[in-house]
Structures are given as structure tokens and as C-alpha cells.
Design a binder for this molecule. Structure first.
Ligand code: ATP
Ligand code: MG
Length: 316
């Protein structure tokens, strides 16, 4: 979202690539058309897109200052690691090298290698496919008011951070630029993308969550919740897993041992994600005007937690 809170670091110029979109965290580029072409470059017509992850951090839909050093690379590494393990569902990655004559050429510019994914451009569904195995965050808030989340009734007496009887699918509508995403019912997703796709997105999300949760568990990490995004392949219409997957930006991860032994919500949810940033911001900002700058220790703690998650999961 390009707003007055946009990180001061402007979008990098990449030789041969044209920036077409800047999200809160990532910048999208498509190949600059050859001079012979008269069409304006657009994401709607490009077959490949570079998804470049910056170090920008957002909380409550605001981009904060400063960024978290190394974050773009950590999140990209984690996404790629997960894509490798989620082979039951087609994903948007395409080969990042190609043969020119008899030499192999890297397609991704060296200056952003490590924090960039080369992807096929999809027609994205405007749905954030959220799955929750545990109750917290906006789900917990909604539960307190209605004892349900996105229309799904839950047992009484749950606490913040509790494990749910089974993972639930709680989609959100991806609001256009500048607006806040909005939790919606499954029925509403069927109105937005049709009943067949709505059911497919739900079933894929729940299956991916189960697979990923089991992998995380082996590393002593709880995958509390996450958000997937999908798009349609432009030629086949096949539903493809897109965006980042199971990163600490799109997911909540907790230390399993700490969660088991903790006695309060705060001591149970030792997070590997940007909860540190959310917590600091809610304690130091009332939501009006421009958010305050993050103190150095919060930046460092967040970077350390992101690194630790990657080490725990991947063993790297
Ligand atoms: P935020 O995620 O911060 O709420 P955002 O989604 O607008 O905002 P980013 O996540 O920073 O911004 O940018 C990534 C954008 O790229 C998203 O809009 C996402 O839907 C889109 N995207 C991801 N993969 C693909 C793909 N294969 N084809 C087309 N668009 C994609
Ligand atoms: Mg996004």
C-alpha cells in the first residue's frame, strides 16, 4: 500500500525489469518489453513476474520504520523451503535460469538474488485463505464477541492461545489498495469466486496447513495460523499456490515447549513472528497519524527471532 508510511527506501531499479506494483512488503517487476513492442508493460499481460521481498515490516496494515535487516532474504528462503515440501499442490515458481545459446543465464538480477522469486503471473483470487489451528489475534477478538470466527461456532471457555478442536478455515477478503482486509464467511467467498473455487481454496488450505503443521511440530514449533494466497493459471485455469508461503509474516509460529509449559497467554505464545512488533506498536501507538519509529532493540529482537525460526525449521 503506497501511503505516507511507505518505507523511505524507494523501489530498486533493475536492469531489464519494470516495477509494476509495490505492496507493503514486496515489489513486483515484469520484463521490460522490447522496443518493438507498443503495449504498455502490465502485470495483466506479462507471463512472468519477479517477486522481490524487501526488509520492510508492516503491522496493522502500516509500513513501519526502520525495516528489519535481512528480513527479505530470510522470508524468501523460508518460502522456497516450504514450496519444496508442499509438492502436492502446484506452485507459482518457475525456473530462474535459462539457456541462451549454449550458456546458462540467471534470470533474476544479481542485486536482488536471495530475496527474489521468479514466478508465473497468475490471476489472483481476492481471498486471503487463513487457517487457524489455535485461537489468537483477530480470531480471539471475534471469539470474545460471538463465540465464533468467520461464522464458525466454537466451544465455550476457550482461552487466548488455545488449540482448536480442529483447524478452521477463516478467509478474509483481500481489500484493494489502501483498505483493510476484512474477515468473511465461507459463503461470502463462494459469492466472490464461485462455489467450486471457494471449496477448492478451502480444501487446499486445510490440507496444506495439516502437512505444514506436522513438519513444524517435528522441529518443536507450533504453526498456530497462516494465510495462503492462490491464483488461476492463465492458460489452464488450474489453481496454483502463490505469494509467500508459511513465512513469519504470513503465519504465527510459537515454541512448542514454551507453549506447553506457559501459564498465561503471554508466556505461552513465544512467537517467532512479528508479534514482537505488533505488541510494541499497540503499547506505544493509538493508531492515529504516523506510527512511531521502532526502537533498535525491537528491530534486533525481531530479526533474531526470524533467524531462529529459519534455523529451527530448516536446520540451516
Ligand atoms: P500485504 O500483503 O502487505 O497486505 P499486498 O498483498 O498488497 O499487501 P505484498 O504482499 O507486499 O502486498 O505484495 C505481493 C503481491 O503480489 C500481493 O498482492 C500478491 O497477491 C501478489 N502476488 C503474489 N504472487 C503472485 C503471482 N504469482 N502472480 C500475480 N500476483 C502475485
Ligand atoms: Mg501480501
Amino acid at each position: 500500500v503506497a501511503s505516507e508510511h511507505e518505507s523511505s527506501a524507494s523501489v530498486a531499479a533493475l536492469d531489464g525489469w519494470t516495477p509494476v506494483y509495490s505492496g507493503k512488503v514486496r515489489d513486483l517487476y515484469i520484463e521490460t518489453p522490447t522496443s518493438a513492442s507498443t503495449d504498455a508493460p502490465s502485470l495483466q499481460t506479462a507471463s512472468r513476474v519477479l517477486v522481490v521481498a524487501s526488509d520492510r515490516v508492516s503491522a496493522f496494515d502500516h509500513v513501519l520504520e526502520p525495516g528489519i535487516p535481512g528480513k527479505g532474504e530470510l522470508l524468501t528462503t523460508l518460502s522456497l523451503w516450504w514450496f519444496d515440501r508442499l509438492t502436492d499442490v502446484p506452485n507459482h515458481l518457475v525456473a530462474d535460469h535459462e539457456l541462451v545459446g549454449s550458456t546458462v543465464r540467471e534470470v533474476v538480477p544479481a542485486s536482488v538474488a536471495g530475496r527474489t522469486m521468479l514466478c508465473r503471473t497468475l490471476d489472483m483470487y481476492p481471498i486471503e485463505c487463513v487457517v487457524r489451528g489455535y485461537l489468537t489475534g483477530s480470531g480471539w477478538k471475534e471469539y470474545l464477541e460471538t463465540q465464533s470466527v468467520c461464522g464458525i461456532a466454537l466451544p465455550a471457555g476457550l482461552q487466548n492461545g488455545d488449540r482448536l478442536p480442529e483447524p478452521i478455515y477463516t478467509p478474509a477478503w483481500k481489500a484493494p489498495m489502501g483498505q483493510h482486509d476484512e474477515n468473511i464467511s465461507f459463503a461470502r467467498t463462494a459469492e466472490l469466486v464461485g462455489p467450486t473455487i471457494a471449496a477448492e481454496l478451502r480444501d487446499l488450505s486445510l490440507a496444506l496447513f495439516a502437512t505444514a503443521g506436522a513438519i513444524a511440530e517435528q522441529a518443536g514449533v507450533i504453526l498456530a495460523d497462516t494465510k495462503f494466497e492462490f491464483g488461476a493459471d492463465r492458460h489452464t485455469g488450474v489453481t496454483v499456490l502463490a505469494d509467500e508461503v508459511l513465512t513469519s509474516d504470513s503465519s504465527r509460529y510459537w515454541d512448542a515447549e514454551v507453549w506447553r509449559t506457559g501459564t498465561t497467554p503471554e508466556t505461552r505464545m513465544a512467537s517467532f513472528d512479528k508479534q514482537i512488533v505488533r505488541n510494541w506498536l499497540s503499547a506505544h501507538w493509538d493508531g492515529a497519524g504516523i506510527p512511531p519509529e521502532l526502537p533498535t532493540e525491537i528491530v534486533e529482537q525481531t530479526a533474531a527471532r526470524y533467524r531462529e525460526l529459519l534455523e529451527r525449521l530448516t536446520g540451516a
